[in-house]
Design a binder for this molecule. Structure first.
Ligand SMILES: [Zn+2]
Length: 391
């Protein structure tokens, strides 16, 4: 089934928007090509979409503009933000074929009391999706290529003519990412200033998280989230720029190679045994699951239960199976992560050393760095009283 895709060919009858496989013959028939050909009018529209997006338009805004221009949509009667988003994310346009991320599976649907076929993400893809908040970029696919391919996904250079370069694709991916982080051209002005310490500051008085607010001048300060509800006495706010100055000093003085080693060693020992235990019990649970499945099979075959109950049981077991499988893969990933000791050490050291050099222009980077270096900052009466390092 995946043979054609593996050769870089497209096996679908309908290739992505901008391409066609159908060539009309003189006698009114159609021949289907294995390598999709470019449809110039549609390619012009894709290029326009990319230009609009990089110049700061939102996906929704682009859909509206295309509809106002009466541009024929890929499917349905009008362009939607989703159809624009799909085009923006598809690696096919820079020459890659990513095939088989979902697989059809019979799933019991309690509403209709029938088995229905649904495209379910393959386990490796499900794990990948669970580990990130945004849709996968070209580089995400390439970085996870081995585990995806091991799960039957095809990630190959296609034989079709790309309509943009990989560099262009990455430029767009970076812009999408930047907007998610609240920077980038299309970001609204309030989001243009990412709050550096969101979720990192805790109120010493009541232990709850301190939330960022901005005043009229755009200055960001943090306040205990329970103060407004009257559940905490401390209404003292802290200014973000003050805290940042203090944090710079603390990072500079406390995140030393010795401190990083100590942290990594402690974590490696403590976590690895815990993870191994968890892997063991998860594998046990998976084994038990197949035993349970066999018993329900027997019960149904022996007409002890009816089809509906059997179906329900099967879908319950299937969900449980998927959940356990996901857990197992995450645990295995953690083991790999622990074993990357040296790499992690260098990463942390680099993060700490280069931190003071980051200017306020790089707020998105500062925000990411803070998350790598700091687990939590405890604030009492407007002052830092404790910093826990490393996420
Ligand atoms: Zn509080």
């Amino acid at each position: 089934m995946n043979g054609l895709a593996r050769k870089g060919l497209w096996k679908h009858r309908t290739p992505p928007y901008g391409y066609t496989r159908e060539i009309p013959t003189e006698d009114g028939g159609v021949i289907y090509l294995d390598v999709p050909q470019i449809v110039p009018e549609q390619v012009a529209i894709i290029k326009r979409i990319e230009e609009l997006y990089l110049s700061g338009q939102s996906m929704r805004g682009i859909a509206v503009m295309l509809n106002l221009d009466k541009t024929p949509p890929p499917i349905g009667s009008a362009w939607s933000a989703a159809s624009v988003t799909n085009i923006m994310h598809n690696p096919f346009y820079c020459g890659w074929i990513v095939w088989g991320l979902r697989r059809n599976q019979k799933v019991y649907d309690p509403k209709t009391m029938r088995f229905v076929t649904r495209g379910v993400p393959v386990p490796a893809y499900a794990t990948m999706l669970a580990s990130q908040v945004r849709r996968p970029t070209l580089d995400d696919f390439l970085a996870h290529r081995d585990i995806l391919v091991a799960d039957g996904v095809v990630i190959e250079k296609g034989q079709h003519e790309p309509i943009c370069t990989e560099e262009r694709r990455r430029q767009i991916d970076r812009e999408i990412e930047a907007r998610l982080l609240g920077t980038g051209r299309g970001a609204s002005t309030s989001a243009a200033l990412p709050r550096l310490f969101t979720g990192l500051m805790k109120c010493a008085e009541c232990g709850s998280t301190m939330y960022p607010r901005a005043n009229k001048n755009g200055r960001i300060y943090y306040c205990c989230s329970r103060y407004r509800e009257g559940a905490c006495k401390t209404g003292v706010t802290v200014r973000e720029d003050d805290i940042l100055k203090d944090v710079e000093v603390v990072i500079h003085n406390f995140i030393t190679p010795g401190a990083i080693d100590q942290y990594l060693d402690a974590r490696a020992e403590q976590d690895l045994t815990g993870i191994q235990d968890a892997i063991h019990s998860t594998s046990q649970a998976l084994k038990t699951l197949s035993g349970r499945r066999a018993r329900w099979d027997t019960a149904y075959e022996g007409e002890v239960i009816d089809l509906q109950t059997y179906g329900q049981k099967l879908s319950e077991l299937e969900m449980e199976h998927e959940r356990l499988q996901k857990t197992l893969m995450n645990l295995q990933k953690q083991v790999a992560f622990q074993q990357n000791h040296k790499e992690r050490r260098e990463q942390l050291l680099h993060s700490a050393e280069t931190f003071p050099a980051l200017t306020t222009k790089n707020r998105a980077t500062v925000k990411q760095r803070l998350r790598t270096l700091i687990q939590c900052i405890i604030i009492d009466s407007g002052k830092i009283v404790e910093i826990k390092f490393f996420q």
